[in-house]
Design a protein around this ligand. Structure first.
Ligand code: LLP
Length: 379
């Protein structure tokens, strides 16, 4: 507590020991089944965080040329980098081929044509996995649901048929796998079971068309407990990998991959903020804090819940309900409505919990605001 008082706010605070403990569990549980886990950089690209994750031997899942470069610069092996995304530019493709990454997760027939052409120009062979759209409902927020047939992601059945018909034309491609990602913040087993059923169907389809894929990438999506982060600081990776192992029909010569983001870094970060002002409008008590939606966009963008706690010690035991809002000129700049906290005032410190994933990485400079400072525990 003392040390938090010295921090300049707003600030992201990372618990690096929790990150290490989480990674230990990820590696222990995934290795039981010989699964390969890639860290989805989009969740957090803080360099200290990346250095620790790469030191545990995870691969990287990237969605832009800059993420590919950042991964390699921060210790991830190029031959363990996968590159996904519906809109890879020619330059990003060229640079990733030159870096000799493990695999492109391709999202459309036209993208296969472009990668094939660029690989041909560079006189190399591109390893690709086809991202298939399995039409599985992840039962999560619609903005982070990606595996339904009307989402923009992945090959449709029709495009896949076209690939089977014309696959001999792609002389500079080696199709080494299939890729899926149905969505994010998935907190129940059923969507993953449904995903496995869909993957089993597609593996059969590939076999029927004479392709025995070597790599099966199931993407990410395992959720975290935003309501009670201290009850579940490390997600239940044992259950997750077991569910996949039990429901996926794969052979010994097929490598199963994952791209986990939120579940690895989500609980390791909190956003600390100080109360600037307190005021009443209508029947509401507002706490106006020095962090804004530019520092943590999730509540404004997805109406998502982050637990808010007071770090300053209690003063009179009284509790009140507050709307905790930021300084930005948008009504959506709100971290929580009707949040019950001890009587709070200007200068008190609050912690907005579970911001390690999609917090700092989605930070903006809207209103020309500064980025939040960053501090580390357990360095
Ligand atoms: N693989 C692919 C292809 C993805 O699109 C994503 C996330 C992941 C892996 C990692 O998913 P995770 O394990 O983190 O669920 N900004 C949103 C989340 C967007 C997720 C986008 N894709 C949020 O703050 O909730």
């Amino acid at each position: 507590m003392q040390e938090f008082n010295q921090y300049q706010t707003p600030c992201h605070v990372y618990d690096l020991n929790l990150l290490r403990q989480t990674l230990n569990v990820v590696q222990t549980e995934s290795k039981k089944y010989n699964f390969k886990v890639h860290y989805a950089l989009k969740a957090n690209t803080n360099e200290k965080v990346l250095a620790i994750i790469s030191s545990f031997g995870l691969g990287a899942d990237c969605v832009s040329g800059n993420e590919v470069k950042t991964a390699i610069l921060n210790g991830f092996a190029a031959d363990e980098v996968v590159f996904a995304g519906v809109g890879k530019s020619d330059e990003e493709i060229r640079e990733s081929l030159e870096a000799n990454i493990f695999c492109f997760n391709c999202e459309s027939y036209e993208e296969l044509e472009v990668i094939n052409e660029i690989a041909g120009e560079l006189q190399t062979t591109a390893r690709v996995a086809l991202r298939l759209n399995p039409n599985v409902d992840p039962e999560t927020h619609e903005y982070i649901s990606t595996g339904l047939s009307f989402n923009k992601f992945g090959f449709s059945q029709a495009e896949l048929e076209r690939f089977f018909e014309n696959r001999t034309q792609f002389s500079s491609l080696e199709v080494i796998g299939v890729h899926f990602h149905i969505g994010s913040q998935i907190r129940t087993d059923q969507p993953f079971i449904n995903l496995c059923k869909a993957v089993n169907f597609y593996l059969g389809l590939f076999e029927e068309n004479g392709i025995h894929v070597q790599n099966i990438n199931l993407g990410g999506g395992l959720g975290i407990n935003y309501e009670e982060p201290d009850r579940e600081p490390i997600p239940d990776f044992a259950n997750y990998f077991q569910i996949i192992h039990e429901n996926l029909s794969y052979c010994e010569d097929q490598q199963v991959h994952f791209e986990l983001g939120r579940s690895i870094v989500g609980q390791c970060g909190n956003l600390l903020t100080r109360i600037l002002y307190r005021k009443e409008n209508g029947d509401r008590n507002f706490l106006i804090v020095d962090a804004g939606m530019n520092n943590l966009l999730r509540p404004a963008l997805y109406n998502s819940y982050h637990k808010i706690e007071r770090l300053s010690s209690g003063r009179n035991g009284l509790r009140q309900k507050y709307d905790v809002v930021g300084p930005i000129c948008e009504s959506s700049d709100c971290f929580g409505k009707g949040i019950e906290l001890e009587d709070s005032k200007r200068g008190d410190l609050l912690s907005i919990r579970s911001s390690g994933a999609y917090g700092q990485s989605m930070e903006l400079n809207y209103n020309l605001r500064d980025r939040a400072k960053v501090y580390y525990l357990g360095e």
